[in-house]
Design a protein around this ligand. Sequence first.
Ligand SMILES: C[S@@+](CC[C@H](N)C(=O)[O-])C[C@H]1O[C@@H](n2cnc3c(N)ncnc32)[C@H](O)[C@@H]1O
Length: 384
Amino acid sequence: MENNFKMIATTFYGMEEILAKELLDLGAQEIKKGNRSVSFKGDKGFMYKVNLCVKTALKILKPIFSKKIHNNNELYRIFYDFPWEKFLSIDKTFVIESTVFGKVFTHSKYVSLRAKDGIVDRFNKKFNARPSISLNDPDLIINIHITNNLCNISINSSGSNLNQRGYRKSTNIAPINEVLASGIIKLTGWNGNCDFLDPMCGSGTFLIEAAIIAGNVPANLNRKKFGFNRWNDWDLNLFNLIKNSQLNKIKKININIFGYDKSPSAIIKAKENIESANLNSNINVFQKDFFNSKKQGSDYLHIVTNPPYGERLKGDINSLYSKIGDSLKLSFSNTNFWFISSNFEAMKHFGLRPSRKIKLFNGKLESRLIFFPIYEGTKKIHKK
Ligand SMILES: C[S@@+](CC[C@H](N)C(=O)[O-])C[C@H]1O[C@@H](n2cnc3c(N)ncnc32)[C@H](O)[C@@H]1O
């Protein structure tokens, strides 16, 4: 307990509740929901565990100090005064990531630059030498978050964002972010209790994240590195102990997780990604047009998908969404159908009555996650 410290997990808009529940299940203490973030307490081993296992967080920050500041000189000064020798030495590299909100500080890049000057000047004064900047492979990532006058400084224990799970091999399709995909599946309430289909699966992100949820697989098992690997207090034995205990908690998956895509190249990419996630025995993908498919059997089926949004081909997308509605009604009774799209106009063409709508953001695109329960006898509603 006395070795516990505060951490902040960052996430997407609308995922705070899901993330807080996930952290609670992992064993976090003193959980508090924020805006696109959740703070909690745990010790060093728990920090390793969260980074390895968490599905719905983008990064895990360890706050080191907070100060009120009013201008760039004060910003420089707090960085100059802080004893960075605890975290850095002249043979190490670092980078500063900043986000700014409010009217006082408006340029995140300038904030990073002034903070960097403070650190560098401190080392030059003390040691006549300084740690270098590395943008791609730094030993330490310093995170600055300024809201109006309050400057929160943390070190980033994750390194690159945790959506980089380590399984994605093929990147030339615009895939959905892995953390967003996992959060969406959790928001739909699916936890491996019935078969799961993504009928427009692209590179397979929803399928892989579904298998990770159903099998209780540590989400970031395939990552090669985390930020804490290069911290002064990195403890490989402790990390391996935690990793092995999490590997023992992986469950056998007893339901079908499967995907279709009409594009042969998408199916090739999905297969590569599934194989690299070591999930081939749990997921099947088929090159198939959703509109030529039919639900097999009478058991409940859970569908989560992101169909093309068609930012450019609006007309075609309206009819695509209308055809999805028709196919569901005709061939998919006893299905929970969830999809995410930012195309609000096309969504009106489903012709089915949604029973839930959840606001989310896919990157910068404001989107809706929409739920249509499809029963025997679900009727299309007709637009006037
Ligand atoms: C936005 S992408 C999905 C991206 C995916 N979630 C991922 O993470 O890679 C939409 C996909 O729908 C597929 N698609 C479009 N119409 C289809 C249809 N009628 N049947 C099956 N797949 C279709 C496209 O080929 C494309 O791969």
